[in-house]
Design a protein around this ligand. Structure first.
Ligand code: ADP
Length: 259
């Protein structure tokens, strides 16, 4: 897993996990958690065993998105057992903190909590893929992740406006500097689908694909903006988003196989 030249001590972290894939974004609100969930469920539908960790320590959205809000994970020995929901093994830092209480953490505490949840304190089963939803931006947590273990690579989510793409490119550069391969870019909110089915290119559909071409990166595909996706996510039914959705997980899997 990960770059062949990764040191042995990094390789021994989570040996039961074949591929660790980070999902990042230049900034918040672009649909990073939605895409991470979508990819995880998509991979599981192909028969793979998949874990999903909500590592967005400042704004964990998975309790709501996965329908596990208010539920406490089981503990085995001194380790947390991930929930098994929608066909995936999932854990979120949101399960461990009080609802509606802001997470005001200094950097070292934040990445300490992230590390504990990812490696020390979670009883991950043997997994083909562990998808890690990162906090937005280029802060401490992606650095911690890349230092901890060899990543298979990172997926960067963007929306197609130029200002959003500029931020996404910064996230790409960060992963590259940290030695994590970029598996591909995803365009979320690519266009808007109206109630009558008409498509509206609000933000500049296709901008992410062009940016990927310019940067020599893979482009995994796009997700339009539509009401049902938001409703399903808000009501904890992310698997309902799958019907008729583009095959981001398939595109990702094809790329991982070439590594
Ligand atoms: P991030 O993780 O980047 O902060 P989220 O995945 O939490 O973003 O998405 C933010 C909000 O936007 C959520 O309410 C989510 O349901 C909604 N959303 C994300 N992508 C779409 C989309 N393609 N269509 C409709 N709503 C979306």
């Amino acid at each position: 897993r990960g770059p062949a030249n990764a040191p042995a001590e990094k390789r021994s972290v989570l040996p039961q996990v074949k591929n660790v894939i980070a999902v990042g974004a230049g900034k918040g609100g672009v649909g990073k958690s939605t895409i991470a969930t979508n990819i995880a469920i998509g991979l599981a539908r192909t028969g793979a065993t998949v874990g999903l960790m909500d590592g967005d320590i400042y704004g964990p959205s998975m309790p709501t998105m996965l329908g596990i809000k208010g539920k406490t994970p089981q503990v085995k020995g001194n380790k947390i057992v991930p929930f098994f929901v929608h066909g995936i093994h999932a854990i979120t830092i949101g399960s461990l903190v009080e609802e509606e209480k802001p997470l005001i953490w200094r950097g070292p505490m934040a990445h300490g909590a992230f590390k504990q949840l990812l490696t020390d304190n979670t009883e991950w089963p043997a997994l083909d893929y562990l998808i890690v939803d990162l906090p937005p931006g280029t802060g401490d947590v992606p650095l911690t992740l890349c230092q901890l273990l060899p990543l298979t690579g990172a997926v960067v989510v963007a929306t197609p406006q130029q200002v959003a793409l500029d931020d996404a490119v910064r996230a790409v550069r960060m992963f590259q500097q940290l030695g994590a391969p970029i598996l591909g870019l995803v365009e979320n909110m690519s266009y808007f689908v109206g109630p009558d089915g008409t498509e509206h290119d609000i933000f500049g559909r296709g901008g992410t694909e062009k940016a990927a071409q310019r940067l020599g990166l893979n482009y995994l595909g796009a997700l339009p903006m539509f009401t049902a996706l938001r409703v399903n996510s808000d009501s904890g039914k992310p698997n309902a988003n799958f019907e008729g959705e583009p095959k981001l997980a398939d595109a990702l899997m094809a790329i991982v196989k070439t590594l």
